[in-house]
Design a protein. Structure first.
Length: 175
């Protein structure tokens, strides 16, 4: 991932003690970070609506398949429904997992900048690092439009919503 590469290059950078050279390195890092952030915005613009629809549909699929499994179907049908449920949940989990990886790598950049040997650097270099740390602490997320940051907690939210619909359906079916 780009964030991991940038973090490694920041952590492994040996200060030259020469402000112009260190300044060039910092400006390259900032430009690369800006490109990564723009790429993230483009990905979110392209995938935002499809991801939101995917999560909404998956929530209903999980709910209805779970409901079908509880209304008394044959064992072979339960097996098919169970496999369908697992594949649907796995697909959502993978998206959430990779969204979490993006968020972790994005935040990890600030830690990598701090871990650099900045205490022996020029004061101007130290100030530039503070600005980089401040920006890197604003985590970049994979987003399903503006409504939803996709992380592992999104999976929990999706399962909770699915269960609420399932409980409602089950209650209505019993009555």
């Amino acid at each position: 991932m780009h964030f991991d590469h940038l973090a490694r290059s920041m952590e492994n950078h040996n200060l030259s003690g020469d402000w112009p050279e260190d300044s060039r390195f910092i400006s390259e890092v900032v430009r690369y970070h800006e490109r990564i952030l723009r790429l993230s915005d483009v990905v979110n613009d392209i995938l935002g609506v499809p991801l939101l629809l995917n999560f909404m549909v998956s929530s209903f699929v999980i709910c209805f398949v779970g409901f079908q499994m509880t209304v008394g179907v044959s064992p072979d049908m339960i097996t098919k429904l169970f496999l369908y449920l697992v594949s649907s949940m796995s697909q959502v989990y993978l998206i959430c997992h990779y969204g979490q990886m993006v968020a972790d790598a994005s935040f990890g950049l600030s830690v990598a900048v701090y871990n650099q040997n900045w205490s022996h650097a020029d004061v101007r270099y130290q100030r530039a690092l503070l600005l980089i740390i401040a920006r890197a602490q604003k985590t970049t997320h994979l987003k399903a439009t503006i409504f939803l940051d996709i992380t592992r907690s999104t999976m929990t939210d999706l399962l909770q919503i699915s269960y609420k619909f399932f409980a409602l359906l089950r209650t209505m079916y019993v009555q």
